[in-house]
Design a binder for this molecule. Sequence first.
Ligand code: ADP
Ligand code: MG
Length: 262
Amino acid sequence: MLEAHVVSVNYGERMAVQDVSLRAEPGEITAIIGPNGAGKSTLLRALNGALLPSHGEILLDGDPLRSISRRAIGRRIAVVAQEAELRFPVTVMEFVLSGRYAWSSTGAWGWETDQDVAVAQGVLRETELEDFSARLMNELSGGERQRAVLARALATEASILLLDEPTANLDLAHQAALLWLVRARCDKRRASAIVVTHDINLAAEFADRVLLLLRGQTLAMGTPQEVLTPELLREVFEIRVLVDAHPVTGAPRITPVHEARW
Ligand code: ADP
Ligand code: MG
């Protein structure tokens, strides 16, 4: 389990995240929602140990994250970053296999075992990228590349998934497909996922809990029903929304009401 206790993160003088606490429980998806610049990516980077909090503590299965080696973190936390630097010519298969690297005992060239290859093939199948395995990462569409990044994260078999706007480049069907895959990981393997997203309706459907961030601080934390209210959403996004129940799933359904502001 990954826990943040009253965590603040600064960039020099600027406080990007202030006094945020959360727990990524096994089997649960937590969505982080908030406007641009709210501190969502910064919080995710701190949760992965890439940024050190200026105050507070992050615990991974009870141990301070800062006391755990990068490699050991890499086996337990997988990250799908917002802006991945992927413009190098490796094949999709090589890229996904690199998700197994934290498990390799030698780290030498040709380290991968039959099991690593089997895991990589399994996630390529799950992400519907089998036909792409020999294609080069830098010759894929944005959405295809994003699925490959998810496949790599799943290939780590980490029990904690941190995803930063993972559906941003995906079409409607693949947005839901991605979250179903994350849901399946959480259900079947008791993994936990923290997903930063601008898609409030996807969060309403898939998240067990929602953290609303505004200017680096927690405005609300709770179930989608508790947090995705017209009052709180208006406060965060400064826009009027209607909230009713999705006619098929019953999840909160958020419809913005676009009023002229000028
Ligand atoms: P979000 O992901 O919610 O859009 P970020 O976490 O990226 O927001 O940014 C939070 C705040 O921190 C913003 O004010 C942003 O300008 C600032 N910030 C982000 N990255 C850096 C950085 N590397 N150096 C300085 N300030 C940063
Ligand atoms: Mg961001």
